[in-house]
Structure formats: structure tokens, C-alpha cells
Design a protein around this ligand. Structure first.
Ligand SMILES: [Zn+2]
Length: 296
């Protein structure tokens, strides 16, 4: 596994692609990438060659200040492979596992958040996030990677979190009571009752990304939408070969992407339903698609 996964899911069981019944989801002390000595982010001084950035970052996996400064002054195209600007713990799961976000790219640029896993038994998206941790990020994109917002579900091989809650029915928009603990759509005891939901919602409200993507399995599709959102979804679908088709079969209240669309100003938020398995080549294709639509 790559560095992203290592950071974010220590102990979590990866590689389990236990795509059981289709997901049927609907459609800091942050080391603030400072402008410090280097001046504003828009500055494109060419002092740091790419290789220097990489070296610096690799040497600074836990503290980000030095790496950040270097990266900010790096020219044009990117954060290089493995260039991590910031690593942040958003919160802890019910069982105490960290939920981590990793920043790459251009601090202060167009913010894009990619969440690899929300349903613990649909974890192929983690491989896409891993790949996004390796690819060069286009200039101007402030990429935040959240390998998993349900590390307990991954560790336990369950769709739900350790309280038996479907996190994708637990977000605080249009929340309704669904089911009982352990039921596939159990929505929890109230809106954002779960620590995983709270952590991610707070992070997104603070970050205010313009694009948010969650991965699921295994309906193999992207739901349609209108306007700019529809354009981005169609482009992503074209690049990955996924059909545009409605997602049906569940009770879609308290869902994460719907909450994000209504809560984050101007944000495009959607889910990608992967197939039952995802090859390394497909993970790369999806990662490239994320970067391609990031500035649409
Ligand atoms: Zn799902």
C-alpha cells in the first residue's frame, strides 16, 4: 500500500473488496500551507526543482511546515509524486481509528476533496485515493484526500460503522429515522450522531471544496445531474467508461453528497459507483479522471 493508506488506516484491512449487495447509495491545526517567507501562493518563484520538493516532503512526513514552504515556491505543474503538504486528523471513529486527510497540490487553489471509503465493505475507492497520492497534481488544484471515513467498517468488513450506522444516511440534511442498528440503511440516533459524520462534515464546512467525490460499489454507474454538476459527471463517466444512470433502490435521506451540495456554497458533490472489483489500471484511470474534472 502506498503512503496514503499507511497514514490513514493503520491496521485497517485493505484489499478486501467485499462488494456485497449493491450499495444503492444516491446518487488544525492544519499546518496551513502558509505563504510564509515565500510570499503569497500566487507567487511562482522557481526556486525549488521538483526533485527537491519530493525529497523534502519525504523527509517530513509528520511535520509539514518545511515541506509546505518548499512546495509553495515550486513552479507550475505541481506537487510531485508523494508531495504531501499537510496531513491532518479529522477525528476518530467509534473504535478510535483516525480519520485522516492529506493535502497535495496548490494550497489556496481550487479545493477538491476525494473520499475513498464511506461504506466499509465497498473499499475499492481506497485504491483510487492511493493513486491520487502518487500522481502529479495539476497546478491550481488544492487536493485533499480522505482514504476512509469509515475505518471501523473496513476493519470489520461491514457497510456500517461500529455502531451499526450507515454513515451515508447519517448526514444532517433531511435526516430521517431508518431501521435499527446493523440494518443496511440504519440512519443512527439523529442527524450526524456518529463521530465519523461529524468529523467529515466539519472538515468540509471548513474547507469549502468546490468538488467532492465519494466512492461506492458496486452499481457501476454515475447518476445524472443538470448544469455544471451534470457536465462534470458526464466528463468523469466518459473518462472512466462508467454509464450515466440513476441510482435507485434505497431511502436517500441524510446522504453525504446531498448534504454537501446543499451545505457547501457552489459545490459539486457526487458519488461514483464502481464495479465489484477495481484493477490497478482502473484505479489509475479513475484517479486521472478526478484530476481532469477538478478544474471544470
Ligand atoms: Zn455505498
Amino acid at each position: 500500500m502506498t503512503f496514503v493508506t499507511r497514514f490513514a488506516t493503520a491496521g485497517a484491512a485493505f484489499g478486501l473488496v467485499m462488494a456485497q449487495a449493491a450499495c444503492s447509495s444516491p446518487a488544525v491545526a492544519d499546518p496551513a500551507p502558509s505563504t510564509s517567507a515565500a510570499g503569497p501562493v500566487t507567487t511562482t518563484a522557481t526556486s525549488a526543482p521538483v526533485s527537491t520538493t519530493t525529497t523534502t516532503v519525504l523527509a517530513t512526513t509528520t511535520t509539514v511546515a518545511a515541506a509546505t514552504t518548499t512546495a509553495v515556491t515550486t513552479p507550475a505543474v505541481t506537487t510531485t509524486a508523494a508531495g504531501v503538504l499537510a496531513r491532518r486528523e479529522l477525528g476518530r471513529s467509534v473504535e478510535g481509528r483516525p480519520i485522516t486527510a492529506i493535502e497535495r497540490g496548490t494550497p489556496g487553489g481550487t479545493k477538491v476533496v476525494v473520499l475513498g471509503v464511506i461504506h466499509g465493505d465497498e473499499d475499492a475507492g481506497a485504491d483510487i485515493v492511493d493513486r491520487l497520492g502518487e500522481l502529479a497534481v495539476p497546478a491550481g488544484i488544492d487536493l485533499w484526500l480522505v482514504p476512509s471515513m469509515n475505518p471501523d467498517g473496513q476493519a470489520n468488513g461491514t457497510r456500517t460503522n461500529a455502531n451499526g450506522v450507515d454513515l451515508n444516511r447519517n448526514f444532517p440534511l433531511g435526516w430521517t429515522k431508518i431501521g435499527r442498528p446493523g440494518d443496511w440503511q440504519y440512519s443512527g440516533t439523529g442527524p450526524a450522531s456518529e463521530p465519523e459524520t461529524k468529523a467529515v462534515a466539519a472538515f468540509l464546512e471548513e474547507t469549502k471544496p468546490s468538488l467532492v467525490i465519494w466512492y461506492h460499489q458496486d452499481l457501476n454507474r454515475i447518476a445524472p445531474a443538470a448544469g455544471r454538476a451534470g457536465e462534470i459527471r458526464r466528463r468523469y463517466a466518459e473518462l472512466t467508461g462508467l454509464p450515466i444512470a440513476p441510482v435507485t433502490g434505497g431511502t436517500y435521506t441524510g446522504v453525504a453528497a446531498g448534504w454537501a451540495r446543499r451545505t457547501l456554497p457552489g459545490a459539486v458533490a457526487f458519488i461514483v459507483e464502481l464495479g465489484p472489483t477495481l484493477s490497478a489500471e482502473q484505479a489509475d484511470t479513475h484517479a486521472q479522471a478526478v484530476l481532469a474534472v477538478a478544474k471544470l
